[in-house]
Design a protein around this ligand. Structure first.
Ligand code: AMP
Ligand code: MG
Length: 319
């Protein structure tokens, strides 16, 4: 198909039209771009899996138009803690995994008895959801296993000619996928690190790392967000020496003098983790398209957003 890109508010009506027709549409969120379809229409949701070439056992996140949808799609057992999290972090980059209601199609949850839900803070997606009046399912708008898109151009690279419409809302604010938590036994189980940090969640309850050995989130798969080039993680970029004739791309956290790299990208010249997260996937994409033999990336201090970024880097390095 011919992929149309429409920027800003002009895209809202066209996006709603696609959703009503049971089609997929790429939309901006505050985390990364998502590939959205009517969450309550199994045929529409199937198109997400086909378009992304996503394994059907990987469940999707459902984006709600408003908090009144919470009880319609999910069962809220830990009433107080869930309410507190919703009040503090919604709309925003926190996804809650809760027991699901029957109205959620099996294809959305990959047959699980839980559903992942969130409410986006992105003004364009918010308006699309209000006009559509129903939840959408929306995983990241990339081919399965690849680097998540943070601009409309990235979506075009990934899914161009496979989807009818890309809503262009500019570069996304956070740049990494939402934090995913399950609330169980009054504790917060961290399933995927993200913009809402473990430190922030600790104000509300005990936070435990995911205990499950079965994969609940593809964000938990050892290999994910993979660039084409092999990626090597180091503690300090400057001390890396390329082999003779080796073309190496460097990914530094902060400003660095490292002329040994054929291509160098800096996540945040002032060493700010928020800025680093926002630039992470774009920089990985740029290094990947610079035809390097190897990408060497520097780990961030393992705290706050740094831990979420390191998590993406480790999975990008695994294969
Ligand atoms: P993506 O937006 O592509 O990162 O995909 C959505 C993420 O939400 C994936 O990591 C899913 O596995 C995760 N997810 C969706 N539903 C559930 C669920 N019921 N339990 C745990 N994780 C889920
Ligand atoms: Mg994804």
């Amino acid at each position: 198909v011919n992929t149309e890109t429409i920027a800003g508010r002009d895209a809202i009506a066209a996006a709603v039209q696609q959703l009503l027709a049971g089609n997929v549409v790429a939309v901006p969120t505050e985390t990364v771009y998502g590939l959205a379809a009517d969450a309550l229409n199994p045929h529409a949701v199937l198109k997400i899996f086909e378009t992304k070439e996503r394994p059907k056992l990987n469940p999707l996140i459902v984006h709600l138009p408003s908090t009144t949808w919470l009880e319609r799609v999910a069962v809220v057992p830990q009433e107080r803690l869930v309410r507190q999290l919703v009040e503090r972090f919604w709309p925003g980059p926190l996804t809650l995994v809760l027991p699901r209601q029957a109205m959620v199609p099996d294809v959305v949850t990959a047959g699980l008895d839980t559903v992942a839900i969130r409410m986006s803070a992105h003004p364009l997606l918010t308006d699309i959801l209000h006009a559509f009046g129903q939840p959408v399912a929306a995983p990241s708008a990339n081919r399965s296993g690849r680097i998540s898109p943070t601009t409309a151009a990235h979506v075009q690279e990934e899914l161009g000619s496979r989807i009818p419409l890309i809503v262009d809302g500019g570069a996304t604010e956070h740049g990494i996928e939402s934090t995913i938590v399950a609330v169980r036994n009054s504790r917060i189980e961290l399933l995927r690190r993200g913009p809402v940090t473990a430190e922030q969640l600790r104000d509300f309850a005990e936070v435990i790392e995911s205990q499950t050995t079965t994969i609940e989130a593809p964000g938990q798969l050892p290999s994910h967000y993979a660039p084409n080039a092999q990626l090597l993680l180091v503690d300090e970029l400057q001390s890396f020496t390329p082999a003779a004739g080796q073309r190496v791309g460097g990914l530094s956290f902060a400003a660095v003098d490292a002329p040994q790299f054929a291509e160098l990208r800096t996540l945040s010249s002032r060493g700010d983790a928020r800025e680093a997260a926002a630039n992470l996937f774009r920089c990985l994409r740029e290094l990947d398209s610079a035809a390097v033999d190897l990408i060497v990336a520097e780990q961030l201090p393992e705290e706050g957003l740094g831990a979420a970024i390191n998590d993406r880097l480790r999975r990008a390095a695994a294969r």
